[in-house]
Ligand binder design. Structure first.
Ligand code: ADP
Length: 395
């Protein structure tokens, strides 16, 4: 039979040691958590027979932790006992109101502890007998909780505002940087072209090869900078909604991608559909599909297949870009939509990119009131699904 577990939410190391020394010889396994949130996480994963909790915990409040523990269905019959240096009736009532079965005084007395624990395991439960006292304690507990909630909401709000400021600064920095880099790069590319075309004098074969490599890398860099600028610009502008026919609007993008697919030995199949109009920003809509098809082609090896399909529904349009490529491991699936996130897999050839394509796609879909999701498995390909509402009601 597995040993019974006691969950001890206690930050003090001396108390932890005392608990272990007195309860383990009694045949219990003591699981420790050092704060309320860690305690709640551990409580969800385990089924202890008893919870001991220091009411004076760092971070998330001890009493709030007790109330939350009481609401977990699998702990409903499990006694939660407060540990507190304050053993006054008032402090004990506060613990009972939060949901505790009683209080054990701190510092722990390791000789008495097994007996006290046995009493709670045997069914001992204290209650606030006087209804007037209980009501007053409940009111003051609710007020304390509300005050804490306000404090935490303020902190969250401040952090959010700070994050937004930082985000704005980051955006400005990236735009300035890309502008500043693009100008000299354009000049350098112009000169390299003059060299390549022999206008600045004839080149040896080796020199021509070097210039070609420099031009190629310069083009990649310019492409990355454009992506960065484009991302910033897109985030800063409002969508221009108009009625478009998706299938028709996507034809230029599809033609471009089809030419690329056949040059790379891939097949790109576009299924019929997308005939019913939707309200969208035509340019952003084209870019969304370009980003998804670009990835599908980029992460699928020659011989593979990419398919774009439409599902016209009365209230929404569902678009899918499916590929038979390298796929994405589970742990990356949510993160790939974050700006600059790229999956780096050892032994897999790293494709060029700045990690912005899906962040751009995600932003566009959200700005249309839709959802972008992915299903994928390594080695089995990926399916990106875009759901867009047809009307402006969701915007
Ligand atoms: P980039 O393509 O520039 O790296 P994205 O934001 O478009 O940036 O994509 C982020 C990451 O998600 C990629 O680096 C890649 O690892 C993964 N990914 C995106 N689309 C696919 C796909 N169709 N197949 C496999 N991996 C993909």
């Amino acid at each position: 039979m597995p040993e019974a577990q006691i969950l001890a939410i206690v930050a003090n190391l001396d108390e932890q040691r005392r608990l272990q020394q007195s309860m383990e010889p009694q045949g219990y396994v003591v699981l420790f958590a050092e704060d309320g949130l860690a305690g709640l996480a551990l409580a969800r994963e385990t089924t202890p027979v008893l919870v001991l909790l220091d009411t004076n915990l760092p971070g998330f409040d001890g009493y709030a932790t007790v109330t939350r523990l009481c609401s977990l269905a699998h702990l409903r019959a499990v006694p939660i006992v407060a540990l507190s240096a304050d053993t006054s009736p008032d402090a004990n009532e506060r613990a009972l109101i939060a949901g505790c079965a009683g209080t054990i005084g701190l510092p722990l007395d390791d000789k008495q502890l097994p007996q006290l624990v046995a009493a709670y395991l045997g069914g001992q439960r204290e209650q606030v007998e006087n209804p007037t006292v209980a009501a007053a304690q409940l009111r003051s507990y609710a007020q304390r909780l509300a005050a804490q909630l306000e404090h935490q909401a303020r902190e969250l709000n401040d952090t959010y505002v700070e994050r937004q400021d930082l985000d704005r600064l980051k955006g400005q920095f990236l735009s300035t940087l890309s502008h500043e880099l693009r100008t000299p790069l354009t000049v350098m590319m112009g000169y390299l072209e003059l060299f390549e075309r022999g206008i600045l004098g004839s080149l040896s074969d080796t020199q021509r090869e070097v210039v070609t490599v420099m031009r190629h890398n310069g083009t990649t860099l310019a492409h990355q900078l454009n992506n960065l600028l484009n991302f910033q610009e897109l985030r800063g502008r409002a969508m221009k909604f108009q009625a478009i026919h998706p299938g028709e609007a996507l034809q230029p993008v599809v033609a471009l991608m089809q030419a690329r697919a056949s040059a790379e030995g891939l097949s790109l199949e576009v299924q019929a559909g997308g005939e019913t109009a939707i309200l969208a920003d035509a340019e952003a809509f084209g870019q969304l599909i370009r980003e998804l098809l670009d990835n599908a082609l980029k992460f699928t090896e020659a011989g593979g297949q990419v398919r774009l399909s439409f599902q016209d529904e009365p209230s929404r349009l569902i678009l899918r870009v499916a590929d038979t490529g390298q796929g994405i491991a589970q742990e990356h699936l949510q993160k790939i939509f974050l700006p600059f996130y790229r999956v780096e897999t050892p032994h897999v050839f790293v494709q060029p990119g700045a990690g912005l394509g899906l962040a751009i796609a995600h932003h566009i879909v959200e700005a249309h009131g839709g959802q972008l999701t992915v299903r994928s498995q390594p080695g089995q390909g990926s399916v990106f699904t875009v759901v867009l509402p047809r009307s402006s009601a969701a915007l």
